[in-house]
Design a protein around this ligand. Structure first.
Ligand SMILES: [Zn+2]
Length: 352
């Protein structure tokens, strides 16, 4: 939970106290704020329960969980690694909404035992909110939990995980469009006049869903291409030079060796810096004989090294964690193999 939680919670509680005032007019002014704040706290805890349910189920299948994010609008559990079977996927995804529905049901039953007062208001609101969270999360489209459930079913039926992702992502887009159109549909079907707030909420939620399903779709396409992403095929051949070498000389040697990259080595032959393409271009041709590669090279940090046998997934992980235009590729003995340019990786993804 980040420290920004409290101000957001107070803002939400302030907004929510107005709703409570409308729905429970018998509650006195001050108590509305108390009820609203208690609701925000209780609701946050129930979202935590929903996420914990996902996380515990993942751990049960020995899939590690790195992070539970408790945003008010987009809570999420970051589950590392792939689900190994449709059944695991189904269980991990469906358990969150089930937890919400159980909390909602329990809160509803609890409310029936209470007299109308602050506690009653909080518990009723908690029931409604959790039932809404449980039901909407079961809608069968990514990025919602129900989308993962749908993915598990399609995966089971077709035997292909990627087909499952693509089907569930498209279903997510359909849901996003339905949400965007919801105010108009409500007007046509139920004759209910949509308010400005209806449109704003529909726009925000629909946009969030559309972005989420699109991201899932891109990821599925990416993952499908991962096996084709091989360092050996994509790495540029590199020449090794010492820091004192003039840029013009390094460029000449690279051209001679038909190499696409220049790596700077120290006295022991260890690579320690990369001469990026952009850095060479930035030096005017007539300055190149007077500029050393050491002056334009970029030091290599551990995060910018890729092993020649790294898998497609590992490469993407490195690219994501330590964004750069070029990476040093080392062979299994720690010697310079070449340089992997991010542009070449992107090109590989586009071309296939
Ligand atoms: Zn969930």
């Amino acid at each position: 939970m980040r420290f920004t939680w409290l101000p957001v919670a107070i803002l939400l509680a302030l907004g929510f106290s107005a709703i409570i005032g409308q729905q429970f007019p018998y509650l006195a002014g001050g108590w509305r704020y108390v009820a609203a704040f208690a609701f925000v706290v209780a609701f946050t805890l129930s979202v935590l329960l929903h996420e914990l349910a996902h996380a515990l189920m993942a751990l049960r299948f020995k899939i590690s969980v790195t992070e539970i994010n408790l945003g008010f609008f987009a809570a999420g559990t970051h589950i590392e690694g792939e689900r190994k079977s449709p059944l695991e996927e189904f269980a991990i995804s469906v358990i969150g909404p089930i937890a919400s529905l159980l909390v909602g049901g329990a809160a509803y039953l609890g409310s029936r035992a209470l007299d109308e007062g602050v506690a009653y208001v909080v518990v009723v609101q908690l029931a409604v909110a959790n039932l809404i969270v449980g039901v909407t999360n079961l809608l069968p489209g990514l990025p919602l939990d129900g989308g993962w459930v749908l993915r598990a079913f399609v995966w089971k039926l077709t035997g292909n995980m990627h087909t499952g992702t693509i089907a569930a992502a498209w279903a997510g887009r359909v849901i996003a469009i339905a949400v965007l159109a919801a105010p108009v549909i409500l007007e046509e079907v139920f004759g209910r006049n949509p308010t400005l707030i209806d449109f704003v909420v529909a726009l925000a939620v629909g946009f969030f869903l559309w972005m989420g399903s699109t991201a899932s779709l891109m990821q599925a396409r990416l993952k499908r291409k991962l096996p084709a992403l091989q360092v050996r095929a994509l790495a540029r051949r590199a020449i090794a030079v010492h820091a004192g070498t003039p840029v013009s000389e390094a460029v000449r040697r690279a051209a001679e060796a038909q190499a696409g990259a220049v790596v700077v080595i120290d006295g022991d032959g260890k690579p320690h810096a990369l001469v990026k393409e952009a850095a060479v271009t930035a030096v005017a041709p007539n300055q190149r004989p007077w500029t050393t590669v050491g002056e334009v090279a970029t030091r290599i940090s551990a995060g910018h090294i890729i092993g020649v046998n790294d898998t497609g997934e590992e490469i993407l992980g490195t690219l994501r964690k330590n964004p750069a235009s070029e990476y040093l590729v080392l062979d299994t003995h720690g010697q310079v193999y070449g340089v992997l340019a991010t542009a070449d990786v992107e090109q590989a993804f586009r071309s296939r």
